[in-house]
Ligand binder design. Structure first.
Ligand SMILES: [Zn+2]
Length: 161
């Protein structure tokens, strides 16, 4: 094991400002995994924000911490749970709720293009902005609901929509 003197700390902030600690970890990957599994349950506890920070051990003051990623909580356009997390720096959003996984992301290949999708239905679309992406996800969810399917039903078949 390599001793780096750096620890990775995932945390979340509840609606009333209470900070939820999740531990501190020796790798960024573990910290992210811990955070992700916590975000899956964010519809049970009202949360505003979440982040992963790196802390350098034995460093005094603000220089000791750098925020690696920061997320904001929104209501998912598809399953309506508060499990839709937006990465604030790079536009990227994903629903961590079970059986949903709706996502919005800036295209990696084309500038000014937004990709969005809902994996259980294999729905994917390219649009021009975030609002359109939200609308298009809401539309596909409404279609599924009209067909009597719930976005959080684990069993529903992709070909039903
Ligand atoms: Zn969702």
């Amino acid at each position: 094991m390599v001793i780096t003197g750096r620890v990775y700390v995932p945390s979340a902030v509840e609606e009333d400002g209470t900070v939820v600690g999740m531990g501190c970890f020796s790798t960024q990957e573990t910290a992210l995994n811990v955070l992700r599994s916590f975000l899956k349950k964010s519809h049970q506890v009202p949360l505003q924000r979440a982040s992963v920070a790196a802390w350098d051990v034995d460093v005094v003051g603000d220089d000791a911490v750098s925020v690696l990623s920061e997320y904001e909580c929104r209501t998912c356009p598809v399953c309506h749970r508060t499990t839709f997390w937006i990465d604030i720096e790079r536009f990227k959003a994903k629903c961590y709720g079970s059986a949903c996984g709706a996502w919005i992301e800036e295209s990696a290949v084309e500038a000014g293009v937004i990709d969005c999708g809902w994996p259980p239905t294999r729905f994917a679309e390219q649009v021009e902005d975030i609002d359109q992406a939200m609308r298009s996800l809401r539309r596909i969810a409404a279609k599924a609901e009209a067909a009597g399917l719930s976005a959080i039903d684990e069993r529903f078949s992709m070909d039903d929509v």
